[in-house]
Design a protein around this ligand. Structure first.
Ligand SMILES: C[S@@+](CC[C@H](N)C(=O)[O-])C[C@H]1O[C@@H](n2cnc3c(N)ncnc32)[C@H](O)[C@@H]1O
Length: 140
């Protein structure tokens, strides 16, 4: 698991994933430093939840390109992002106005445009239509 916040990583490992604690690797790292810190490791599955909402499409694109480049053959990259399509904008009302926590909501077209052309992207809206789940594979 990677995050810039050591407390968030400790909480996830020790509370949420306590049953797997000894096999969870954590790395305190800002996303821009991941290429330097990750070495030449590759992964079957990479999941990024709750991160790309902080980045606009031009900033997200090179990060996603990097993550795709670290997928093992047949591997999968899964990314979530709050959706512009959110029908009642309930979530946006709470994050923007109540919590003063502005996020970058994205359309389906923007989600697709974050991924490299060579990737095979499947996009799905959550049942309440607030969140995108994008799954990308790189055809071998
Ligand atoms: C909404 S939380 C999501 C946490 C977790 N991924 C999850 O799904 O429960 C956003 C997380 O992104 C991390 N974050 C935000 N900007 C970051 C950056 N530039 N580099 C690394 N982590 C970042 C924050 O520290 C925070 O823990």
């Amino acid at each position: 698991m990677i995050d810039q916040d050591p407390a968030a990583l400790a909480y996830a490992r020790d509370k949420q994933l306590s049953a797997f604690r000894d096999s969870v690797d954590v790395m305190v790292c800002r996303v821009v430093d991941i290429p330097k810190k990750l070495g030449d490791r590759s992964f079957d599955v990479i999941v990024s939840a709750g991160l790309f909402d902080y980045f606009d499409v031009p900033s997200a694109r090179p990060m996603i390109e990097f993550l795709c480049s670290r997928l093992s053959p047949g591997g999968l990259l899964a990314i979530t992002n709050y959706a512009s399509e959110d029908p009642g904008s309930v979530n946006r009302f709470i994050t923007d106005w109540v919590l003063d926590w502005p996020l970058i909501y994205k359309t389906g077209a923007e989600m697709h445009s974050m991924f490299p052309d060579r990737s095979d992207v499947t996009l799905e809206l959550s049942q309440n239509e607030t969140l995108w789940l994008a799954r990308a594979a790189i055809p071998t």
